[in-house]
Design a protein around this ligand. Structure first.
Ligand SMILES: Cc1cc2nc3c(=O)[nH]c(=O)nc-3n(C[C@H](O)[C@H](O)[C@H](O)COP(=O)(O)OP(=O)(O)OC[C@H]3O[C@@H](n4cnc5c(N)ncnc54)[C@H](O)[C@@H]3O)c2cc1C
Length: 391
């Protein structure tokens, strides 16, 4: 997302931007739900991607108890989109000849203002600017700031999306139209509707996005990261390799703990997968003529659902600075001054909201935050809401 946003905004100010993606095939079918914010809509409009058929509109949020009864609700109109839809809209802004699949960044050499970028397999490109838009485990960042490392939050999520047509009539009537919470102690279950396969927004053809936050210390996470072939992964396991016993255990826990409608959603997700939650904020986003954007620059815990919005804002700020300054170095200094503090603020806010899960509460402020968020009304007021930065 941040790579495509950057290319789109740079093209708009007259730069020639090439995007190099490690994956050898087009990135589709990731299926994750993405909450939208005014900042994201503005970035999509400004980049030329637009917002047509963006997603499913919900009108309200509800919280359920264990039996599935609604214990609280709030009106909050919001559009829920999906990774696939955003990728498709943004992808169309970048000319085919400037988008290079199967190119894995290896290293960059800097001499004065000149850059030489090396890719795995031997391709070399010269450039005025390299933008590291390569995510939380950025290889670009690993070269220019290896000391910056993501920190495990102490919890992870099970996730997936169920087809609307497979859900029980009661689930379709009760939770499907809503942004829904279930908040047992030290856990969060959150669901909302998103487009179906091929961005299908027709009723009956959509999906319900499911997220279940659970606590696990670093050792338990390492055990989960042993895959079906017995191979230990460092950070997470690719979805097809997640062990069946972990999925079976999770489904058994769900049968005991989840309200019936959420259980129905989970039962209709064929291949749930887990994502450990990490965060960090790089103290500097610019090193010579290399700039970091999106998750490579700062990754927040996903409680605000703001990562793609931040990616769009980073890209827009970078292009804006380059447009407004004759010197590239001055523009990059401006970009860093604008966006580094903002990324840090977003990361710290994510940690505050993460206090709900009761992990590592060190200070009185952490404990006060934990207490505040035990009230489901506070959660509905703060999780993935628009305009949280100004609030
Ligand atoms: C559970 C969860 C829920 C979320 N929910 C939301 C939400 O509701 N709303 C929201 O806005 N955000 C959400 N996010 C965050 C959002 O997914 C990220 O912030 C966003 O994807 C960041 O985009 P990015 O382009 O910076 O990084 P990425 O999406 O990680 O993209 C990095 C790209 O770089 C490529 N790459 C990596 N290494 C190399 C290399 N060496 N060479 C070339 N290419 C490389 C990768 O293949 C990938 O395509 C959520 C995140 C999680 C984990």
């Amino acid at each position: 997302m941040s790579g495509l946003f950057t290319a789109a905004f740079l093209e708009k100010i007259g730069w020639d931007a090439d995007t190099y993606e490690r994956s050898p095939v087009e990135l589709v079918g990731r299926g994750a739900g993405i909450t939208t914010h005014p900042e994201l809509l503005a970035a999509l409009a400004g980049s030329g991607a637009g917002t047509r058929d963006l997603g499913v509109a919900v009108e309200r949020r509800v919280t359920l108890d264990r039996k599935g009864r609604v214990i609280g609700e709030r009106p909050l109109p919001q559009i829920l989109t999906s990774w696939d839809r955003l990728q498709r809209l943004l992808r169309e802004t970048v000319a085919l000849r400037c988008y290079h699949l199967g190119h894995e960044f290896e290293r960059v050499e800097q001499k004065g203002g000149a850059l030489r970028v090396h890719f795995v397999g031997g391709r070399v490109e010269d450039a005025d600017l390299l933008v590291g838009a390569d995510g939380v485990r950025s290889s670009v960042r690993a070269q220019i700031a290896p000391e910056v490392q993501p920190v495990y939050a102490g919890y992870y999520i099970w996730r997936g999306a169920a087809n609307e047509s497979a859900l029980a009539p009661h689930t379709r009537r009760s939770i499907f139209p809503n942004f829904t919470f279930f908040l047992p102690e030290r856990q969060q279950v959150i669901g909302y509707p998103i487009a179906g396969l091929d961005d299908d927004l027709r009723p009956g053809h959509r999906r319900y996005n499911f997220i279940w936050y659970r606590v696990a210390d670093a050792e338990a996470l390492q055990r989960m990261c042993v895959d079906a072939n017995g191979h230990q992964h460092a950070f997470s396991v690719p979805q097809p390799l997640i062990r069946k016993d972990l999925i079976a255990q999770m489904r058994a826990d769900a049968a005991r703990e989840l309200p019936p409608a959420f259980l129905d959603v989970l039962d209709n997700i064929e291949r749930p997968f887990f994502t450990p939650i990490y965060d960090f904020s790089a103290p500097r986003l610019v090193h010579g003529r290399v700039a970091l954007v999106g998750d490579a620059a700062a990754t927040a815990r996903p409680h605000m659902g703001f990562g793609v919005s931040k990616a769009g804002d980073d890209a827009r700020a970078l292009a804006g600075a380059l447009r407004d300054h004759a010197e590239i170095d001055a523009a990059l200094a401006r970009y860093n001054a604008q966006r580094q503090p903002q990324g840090e603020k977003i990361v710290l806010h994510g940690r505050k909201l993460g206090a709900h899960l009761g992990v590592d509460l060190r200070t009185d402020e952490d404990r006060a935050m934990w207490k505040l968020l035990q009230d489901y009304r506070a959660m509905m007021d703060w999780i993935a809401v628009p305009n949280f930065l100004s609030a």
